[in-house]
Design a protein around this ligand. Structure first.
Ligand code: ADP
Length: 588
């Protein structure tokens, strides 16, 4: 077994890996960007090395800096977590070149599964059908039209090197083919540096069901169990569960066996996930992720297996040490995971909400697990993924797990940033969740989040026109305890002195309100970087018109004028880094 593992990642997954290493008696090495100097993963590791830089490219994607940390620490293995370098064959080779073991599959397997076209071909070779599509890049919009006419509309045009829910265009008819193909190619180049796109039939009401697999270098490959990850926004997962509800055993077995066949076809080793779309009782190969998934804990809770420990053992050359029958016998009960992202789900918009977490209290209790990357006082930066924590629960059956999750969500307190928790509460308490009547489109098409607010209002104007703030205090009346809400004149922070036992329920930042004030200043609601400016000084704009696009946490957010007017002053250009509340334009 390894003596010292360097974790080339940050946030909750770095913390997750550190914990298992500690249990196995393995020393841990953290690496960090300038913004993460005091992050939780750094605080928990035995040793830590600075990578410098702020953005991912300058830090967690800086190979020479990571190689130097490997050398200085003497780590004999590198765990890449997910994201960043976890599916990068060149990085895996560089780690081996530095004399350490890359905890992941061989570079050849990463490469085969690295793009969606070559992974479709590998699956076909193993006898597993993909979503009906073409396993070669498109060169002419006429090919999209021919494909749509043969397989029916809508058609998805996907970036071969796409990922993270990005790089897919849905084409409803032949008339849209040209424009959609060109825009898909433009986006593919912009985001992934590669222009290849290909068509797939767009399934209109599928579920996303994926299979956890494990293989070792002794020729053993096993399927561990499936996860239903259909609750998504922007093609990104929000809630995952295992087992998939209303999913017959024979289909589970067929999906498991297909996944194992794919492992053998690409000489796979280590943990992997084979993703499928499932519709009308049939499953179609989507892609294979050659790493640990964010949602791996649901599989851990239903099998009792520590998948990180298994990854480390297999990477150290040990056999998996389990048979397919033993895995089947281990599966027990039901697990659900909710991703707590720093995002404001109000109105179904899921806007990024980076900032300082002024207070965080994770849930606790029977069958409840929290994998967090942050504690109270830590800051969620706009430069990285906005996953704050994952709440995972186990129950004897799906309904018990569902109720436990609702209890855990209600118990969780996060202040200072908005989170996806209100959306999770809406999802888990919906009749369609209970009936498992969902699909990958369900959150965006059926779930009504119009009434959801990320946080209750804490500032209001009284009848007298005076600003009032909400304070909560505990009061006893005749020996019975009550929590009392008081709307008090705003006397500044001193008013919330702890003498009352009250804590301000939200930070000042969160109460600071909408995107643009009526004063003509158009401001940004969050920290981010300007990627595009859509107007010039002197332009007349309408209310709601986009002034510029702000990228924060890997998402593009249009910054719109709140009223009509002429652009008197434009204060930003592409590349500018802004803080919450900064003015981008002044309207006359
Ligand atoms: P990524 O690599 O960005 O995660 P995937 O190919 O894994 O992209 O797809 C992500 C999600 O996009 C799926 O879970 C599903 O919701 C949707 N999706 C992808 N391909 C299709 C398709 N052909 N039809 C319908 N939905 C699709």
């Amino acid at each position: 077994m390894f003596e010292k593992v360097l974790i080339a990642n940050r946030g909750e997954i770095a913390v997750r890996v550190i914990r298992t290493c500690r249990e196995l008696g393995i020393a841990t090495v953290a690496v960090y960007s300038e913004l993460d100097r005091d992050a939780l993963h750094v605080r928990l590791a035995d040793e830590a090395y600075s990578l410098g830089g702020q953005t991912a490219a300058e830090s967690y994607l800086n190979t020479p800096a990571i190689l130097e940390a490997i050398e200085r620490s003497g780590a004999d293995a590198v765990h890449p977590g997910y994201g960043f370098f976890s599916e990068n064959a060149e990085f895996a080779r560089a780690v081996s070149g530095a004399g350490a073991t890359f905890v992941g599959p061989p570079p050849g397997a990463i490469e085969v599964m690295g793009d969606k076209i070559s992974s479709r071909l590998a699956a076909e070779k193993a006898g597993v059908a993909g979503v009906p599509g073409r396993s070669e890049p498109l060169t002419d919009p006429a090919e999209v039209i021919a494909f749509g006419e043969e397989h029916g509309w809508p058609v998805a045009i996907k970036a071969a090197f796409g990922g993270g829910g990005r790089g897919m265009k849905v084409v409803a008819s032949a008339a849209e083919a040209k424009e959609a193909m060109e825009s898909a190619q433009r986006e593919a180049v912009a985001y992934f540096g590669r222009p290849e796109v290909y068509p797939e039939k767009y399934l209109t009401w599928p579920r996303h069901i994926e299979m956890q697999v494990f293989a070792d270098r002794h020729g053993n490959a096993l399927w561990i169990g499936e996860r239903d990850c259909s609750y998504q926004r922007r093609h990104q997962k929000l809630v995952e569960e295992s087992p998939a509800a209303d999913f017959p055993d024979e289909i589970r077995r067929a999906m498991g066996e297909a996944s194992v066949a794919i492992c053998h076809a690409c000489d796979y080793e280590g943990a992997g996930t084979v993703e499928f779309l499932y519709e009308d009782g049939r499953f179609y190969f989507l892609e294979m992720n050659t790493r640990l998934q964010v949602e791996h804990p649901v599989t851990e809770l239903v099998t009792g297996l520590d998948l990180v420990a298994l990854q480390l053992r297999v990477a150290a050359g040990e056999p998996i040490g389990l048979t397919q029958e033993e895995v089947a016998a281990r599966r027990n009960g039901h697990a659900i995971e909710c991703r707590v992202n720093a995002e404001d789900p109000a109105g179904g918009r899921f806007l990024p909400s980076p900032g300082k977490i002024s207070f965080f209290r994770p849930p606790d209790g029977f069958g409840t697990r929290t994998d967090a990357g942050y504690e109270s006082g830590d800051t969620v930066s706009q430069f990285y993924d906005n996953l704050v924590a994952k709440i995972i629960v186990w129950g004897e059956d799906r309904e018990i797990a569902r109720r436990r999750m609702l209890r855990a969500l209600a118990e969780t307190a996060v202040e200072g940033v908005a989170t996806t928790i209100p959306a999770h509460q809406a999802i888990l308490s919906h009749d369609d969740f209970v009936a498992a009547a969902h699909s990958t489109r369900w959150v965006e098409e059926r779930l009504d989040l119009s009434g959801v607010t990320a946080s209750p209002a804490t500032v209001a104007e009284g009848d007298d026109g005076e600003r009032r703030v909400l304070r909560e205090v505990d009061a006893e009346v005749d020996g019975r305890r009550y929590r009392v809400k008081l709307w008090l004149p705003d006397l500044g922070e001193a008013a919330s002195s702890p003498a009352s036992g009250a804590r301000p329920t939200r930070s000042k930042r969160a109460a600071s309100g909408p995107v643009a004030g009526g004063d003509g200043n158009v401001t940004v609601p969050m920290q981010g970087t300007i990627v595009k400016v859509m107007v010039k000084e002197g332009d007349a704009v309408e209310a709601g018109q986009t002034i510029c696009v702000l990228e924060a946490m890997k998402m593009e957010n249009p910054i719109n004028a709140d009223r009509a007017g002429k652009v008197k002053e434009l204060k930003v250009k592409p590349g500018d880094a802004l803080g919450a509340g900064d003015v981008v334009a002044v309207l006359e």
